[in-house]
Write a protein that binds this ligand. Sequence first.
Ligand code: NAD
Ligand code: GLY
Length: 368
Amino acid sequence: MQSIEVRLESHSYPVYTGSGLLQQSGLWARHLAPGKILIVSNDVVAPLYLEPVRQALSGRVVEHLILPDGEAFKTLDTFSTVVDQLVRMKARRDSNLLALGGGVVGDIGGFSAACYMRGIRLLQAPTTLLAQVDSSVGGKTGVNHAAGKNLVGAFHQPAAVIADMDTLETLPRREFRAGLAEVVKYGAIRDADFFEWLERNTAAILQRDSNLLAALVQTCVENKAAVVAQDEREAGLRATLNFGHTFGHALEAVTAYQAYLHGEAVAVGMVLAAKLSHLRGLCDDSCANRLEALLETFGLPLRIPRTIVPEALYEFIELDKKAVSSGLRFVLLSAIGQSLIHSESMKDDILSVIRQSQQNGEIERHGT
Ligand code: NAD
Ligand code: GLY
């Protein structure tokens, strides 16, 4: 087992990565508050992993709540269901919420823990690659609203993150690959050595070699912990974690959240952001070429489909940028491993890279 510390001004917490962690009673005991425990999971993850966690917590007062699976349930209604359950079980300030699942469960559970009695203890047990390398670390929690994704939320840091690598064995192939997009992101924005390591190890990563995956998750968590430690509330540096997300969110929105998993849209978005960086003279074309090659090997989509009207996509890009309180922010690359935040209007260049992407032809890999 490895432990990486997320060092914040207010407090620090560990992110544990390793095998067989869900079953380790001592690990849970070290980080739980003395009161009751509500495990929040969903109807895909619970049949696989609820029982071992319950067994590890035997001797404690534990209840569980199983949510329906899917982003469609990351809503205020579901949040309300979690709060109702906390009320019903008479949870108090010394109670705990344990989120067992992917980013959706983590975000809803985290937000419920943030709000109930102005904050109870949260433990994150992420079971997807995306949640282990990104969403469970850093304290962003929230739910969607009809008017926008993650529109309602709070910062609420967990007391610990327990990332059991064994859970990745049951993750569907498409979900695993989508998680790899966020993995590549860390290499692209701040860790050139890691990017090269990924390039050298694609085959073993795709085979989910356990030693390599452990190293991969640890490196991502180290990167995320370093960024969050410097900029917990996204005043600046943390925004670089949104590389590829401005194009990606727009692509998700323009396809009504039906066509792409989040990581898939981010993969397309990163390629476009790298092309935009080249067009603006910030980096040479090897940046985008290497990024494209790596994402393609990981079976991720790279292009904007021809069916999408560039101006329609651009409108969503504008909306996404306006959603950021500090104004227009686009994350671009000056090299593989180096990112910067760009805040000029770039409408013509953005439309140009979208059209260029469409001319290069769509690479469809959904559902593989
Ligand atoms: P998800 O939680 O929907 O999980 C993906 C699918 O895999 C689901 O069907 C889930 O039930 C299933 N699953 C989970 N673990 C499994 C396992 N071990 N075996 C088999 N199936 C399993 O999606 P995700 O990609 O984990 O997370 C996406 C969410 O995370 C989005 O809502 C996004 O907004 C959010 N997110 C949050 C942050 C943050 O900082 N809070 C960062 C990135 C993404
Ligand atoms: N996933 C982006 C962040 O945590 O800031």
